[in-house]
Design a protein around this ligand. Structure first.
Ligand SMILES: C[S@@+](CC[C@H](N)C(=O)[O-])C[C@H]1O[C@@H](n2cnc3c(N)ncnc32)[C@H](O)[C@@H]1O
Length: 315
């Protein structure tokens, strides 16, 4: 990062309060107090995963109305600090009330809309691991609502293109004969992203129960900001959005109320600056059991279609 002396003391490098002359701000406290320090229109990307009000260690479960009131106060301030060409990406799952699920993006959408923000995508983040439900299907996705402040917003898909299915495919007739029929840089990743969530054997796992994977945030940072832009996460947790921002030479600002997560965020920031961040690389293929393993499992559990064994025979 320009103007950054890696050998400087961390207390000089990572400021507690917002300041224009630094690159990293980690506010140890309520994000509403940090937001008050940030000038209007300063931030290019706001990306966060707020508390979901489901009674995690770091939150007190409250009535949905009160939760929405608190979220609205934060979102209003986010709107004020957001640059006219900027984006807000709000990542949420479900609030659960006596076994009934309430998708938080549904209830939060009107809040953003009432402030004049425009929804560009509802990105579905699909992952494989989580609680196994017995009275409903197990939840295997969360969503990211991507809003912009205006119609003139920064978006560059090139850095986040993914490999084409048939990369070398060419037109075989007509005026474009011989030219590539799809973009050789790769294709637009679409709005359903399959990215492993951070569970126990994930390289990024810390003690936090709901960490973002860095690669999820990297895609947003790379497509919605330029180098040296500010990326804000009001609910910073273990500093994942700071890691994603710093890896790509953006400035990072965020708040976190739990001291133990602040300590982890500081360590991750330090490791990133030193080039030692523990990160699952973007676009690394997702682990899939080998054909051998799968067929063994199928053989173990499948019943024969025709069998002499009456108990197990389907036909
Ligand atoms: C869902 S977690 C975010 C995790 C984060 N994305 C990560 O990758 O580590 C929400 C975080 O918000 C923090 N938090 C809750 N209320 C807060 C507030 N008013 N201001 C700042 N942080 C808050 C919680 O302690 C928790 O770590």
């Amino acid at each position: 990062m320009e103007g950054l002396n890696l050998e400087q003391d961390m207390t000089k490098l990572v400021r507690n309060n917002f300041s224009e002359d630094t690159n990293i701000v980690l506010y140890p406290g309520d994000c509403r107090n940090l937001l008050k320090q940030i000038p209007d229109n300063k931030i290019q990307l706001i990306v966060t995963s707020p508390p979901y009000n489901i009674g995690k260690k770091y939150e007190k479960k409250t009535k949905l109305e009160l939760y929405l009131e608190l979220q609205t106060a934060v979102i209003k301030e986010c709107m004020r600090v957001l640059s006219p060409k900027g984006s807000i990406c709000w990542e949420v799952g479900n609030y659960i009330k006596k076994g009934e699920i309430i998708p938080l993006d549904l209830v939060l959408y009107p809040v953003f809309k009432s402030l004049g923000l425009k929804l560009r995508n509802r990105i579905i983040w699909h992952f494989e691991h989580g609680l196994h439900c017995s009275k409903r299907l197990s939840g295997r996705y969360e969503s990211i609502l991507w809003f912009t402040k205006s119609d003139d917003y920064k978006f560059n898909v090139d850095p986040i293109r993914v490999p084409q299915k048939y990369p070398g495919k060419k037109y075989f007739k007509g005026p474009k004969k011989g030219q590539f029929s799809c973009n050789p840089l790769g294709k637009n990743p679409g709005d359903v992203w399959q990215i492993p969530n951070v569970k126990n054997n994930h390289v990024e796992k810390t003690i936090h129960p709901c960490q973002f994977p860095v690669e999820l945030i990297e895609r947003l940072v790379l497509s919605m900001t330029n180098k040296n832009d500010w990326v804000l996460d009001p609910f910073m947790g273990t500093g994942t959005s700071a890691v994603a921002a710093l890896l790509h030479r953006r400035k990072s600002v965020g708040a976190e109320i739990m001291p133990e997560y602040i300590d982890i965020a500081k360590k991750r920031i330090k490791d990133t600056i030193r080039g030692q961040a523990k990160v699952r690389p973007m676009n690394k293929p997702i682990y899939a059991p080998s054909k051998n393993q799968s067929s063994k499992i199928i053989a173990q559990f499948s019943y024969p279609l025709y069998s002499d064994n009456k108990e197990h025979a389907l036909v």
